[in-house]
Design a binder for this molecule. Structure first.
Ligand SMILES: CC(C)(COP(=O)(O)OP(=O)(O)OC[C@H]1O[C@@H](n2cnc3c(N)ncnc32)[C@H](O)[C@@H]1OP(=O)(O)O)[C@@H](O)C(=O)NCCC(=O)NCCS
Length: 163
């Protein structure tokens, strides 16, 4: 497995990985999976703004991806990033998510960002909470019933790591 910068050619695989999670899970609070052009435009906006966007590649296939973006848009938040990481179902529990996140953390440190926030959709989402804990994130709070998806109310768990 090779962790490298994402390219436009990775967008179809990224779109597919994300779409499955949007439809089946609560990690993202989006309700409809975005199309490839929208995913490409989101990637370009992040790269243009200087945030890292990485993929885990194996045998020309994409196993997962991770990126950092602004935590909130107001400029005083500019040293703080929100992280995102998605791994294809078939590739989970093989260390892909952790490898992506370790590289993402390195890249964010190199770029001078100071804090990383994980915004976890659903307090039941043990995989994501455990992954963040493994990486040194600490729980910073829990917002109650701020989302509604798949017929149920969802909390958001905020996790924070100093960079
Ligand atoms: C969360 C997610 C990225 C984890 O990716 P992954 O490649 O499966 O995780 P890894 O194999 O690198 O696991 C690293 C550690 O995280 C924890 N972990 C990962 N999946 C877990 C699970 N299902 N249950 C409990 N702990 C889990 C473990 O501590 C694991 O270490 P171990 O395998 O040595 O026990 C993946 O489940 C995923 O894409 N989920 C859907 C999208 C999502 O929730 N993204 C996070 C949004 S910020």
């Amino acid at each position: 497995m090779n962790i490298r910068d994402a390219e436009a050619g990775d967008v179809p695989a990224i779109t597919e990985i994300y779409a499955r999670s949007v439809v089946e899970e609560t990690a993202s609070f989006e309700l409809e999976p975005p199309v490839e052009t929208e995913m490409l435009s989101r990637m370009e906006s992040l790269l243009d703004a200087g945030y890292p966007y990485l993929v885990a590649a194996e045998n020309d296939g994409v196993l997962g991806y991770a990126y950092a973006g602004p935590y909130r848009p107001r400029p005083a938040y500019r040293h703080t990033v929100e992280n995102t990481v998605y791994v294809a179902k078939e590739a989970q529990r093989r260390g892909v998510g952790k490898a992506l996140m370790l590289k993402l953390i390195d890249r964010c440190c190199e770029s001078g960002f100071r804090q990383m926030i994980g915004v976890i959709g659903g307090a039941h989402h043990q995989a994501s909470i455990a992954l963040h804990e493994t990486l040194g994130f600490e729980k910073a709070g829990q917002l109650k019933q701020v989302g509604h998806k798949h017929g149920r109310w969802l909390d958001v768990v905020l996790m924070q790591r100093q960079l």
